[in-house]
Design a protein around this ligand. Structure first.
Ligand SMILES: [Zn+2]
Length: 371
């Protein structure tokens, strides 16, 4: 059966276990983004070695190439990408809505042109749910409209109301299977009353888990945390809570402190491909000349290959020489760092020392790199 049990709480922060048809995962958890059936620059074994237990796949990319029918015929996404563990897929909506000029929306769904070949496609709450079923996603997301920021309260309300109608249709199209889940997505912009109305609508429909969407779209961390403080306490305590598309290590620590269990973001993988490393001493850019003859480990506390087998000078050289090993090693490091950060938060929650641990982690970032 699918479920989330909270093992310990410390303030609003929760440590738990997510049980799925494809295995159990400890929470809080960060999900690496495997856009097109691959976490870029990483083999599946390497992703597992970072400590990741759950990965995300993008429905938009997979439905266009290689196509949901083909993935289904080939045995589903787990088999296709050699990830037997749990996979969460987004609905495809976020990418489609981002295709300015290439899409038209109506009450029933959204019609769009592929960025690959210009071919016309349509995504509805029903088809988005069906495609994720074909992909064999462990966790399916409802189709929603990510309300842009800024939006007036009236605009945010209309957008949220549409998303709630789509959530009901997504739920009606959902085929329940043991160990599988469908999550509803809370919208409502930065308006607490709309967020509350959205939570009421979704819990009225009833989902296995709840995501908070429409954040990290330009509102800033302070406002994002205000929205979380107004929203998360309204969500059912016995269901997992997922903050979509977030974020920096600082965002993760703050959001765990407000009761979020699950995260996804392209940040650690994208940054890794552009020479930026997240470390216990803050963000380092390995292209910077000051690393050219620095033989020290990137992050002395880290267990990844980049940190245990190489020095900063070598990583710097790889990026300067445009060697593909540079992005590979730094992606591995960043995902290892994110997983270790989550594990550290979990242990702190279990030990009742979340606030002190979070403060120590932030102090390390603020102190920076002792050159
Ligand atoms: Zn490392």
């Amino acid at each position: 059966m699918f479920g989330h049990s909270t093992v310990a709480t410390d303030g609003a922060a929760r440590a738990g276990v997510l049980r799925t048809a494809h295995g159990a995962v400890e929470t809080p958890v960060f999900m690496p983004v495997g856009t097109a059936g691959t976490v870029k620059a990483m083999t599946a074994d390497q992703v597992r070695a970072t400590g990741a237990g759950l990965v995300l796949g993008n429905t938009y990319h997979l439905m266009l190439r290689p196509g949901a029918d083909r993935v289904e015929r080939l045995g589903g996404l787990h088999r296709f990408m050699d990830w037997p563990g749990p996979i969460l897929t987004d609905s495809g909506g976020f990418q489609v809505m981002s295709l300015a000029g290439l899409r038209t929306m109506d009450e029933s769904g959204v019609t769009f042109r592929s960025h690959l070949d210009g071919s016309a496609h349509r995504l509805t709450p029903e088809s988005a749910t069906g495609i994720q079923h074909q992909l064999d996603a462990t966790i399916t997301m409802v189709l929603d409209e990510c309300t842009p920021f800024p939006a007036t309260e009236a605009q945010a309300e209309a957008s949220m109301a549409l998303s709630m109608r789509w959530a009901a249709r997504s739920r009606a199209a959902w085929v329940a299977r043991p160990g599988y889940a469908q999550f509803g997505i809370v919208q409502g912009g930065v308006y607490p009353a709309l967020r509350a109305a959205s939570v009421a609508a979704l819990t009225g429909i009833g989902f296995e888990g709840y995501a908070v969407g429409g954040l990290a779209v330009g509102e800033g961390q302070a406002m994002m945390l205000e929205v979380l403080e107004a929203t998360v306490p309204l969500l059912p305590a016995n269901r997992p809570r997922y903050l979509m598309g977030v974020g920096t290590p600082g965002d993760l620590v703050a959001a765990v402190g407000r009761g979020i269990d699950m995260f996804d973001c392209v940040m650690p993988t994208r940054a890794g491909r552009t020479a930026r490393a997240f470390t216990s001493q803050g963000v380092l850019n390995l292209r910077n000349a000051r690393h050219a003859e620095d033989g020290r480990a990137l992050d002395p506390g880290c267990t990844c290959t980049a940190c245990t087998r190489h020095g900063r000078a070598y990583l710097h050289h790889l990026f300067r020489a445009n060697e593909m090993l540079g992005p590979m090693l730094l992606t591995q490091h960043n995902l290892t760092y994110y997983a270790a950060l989550m594990r550290g938060l979990r242990l702190a929650i279990l030990g009742g020392g979340f606030a002190a641990h979070a403060e120590a982690v932030r102090a390390g970032w603020a102190a920076g790199d002792p050159v």
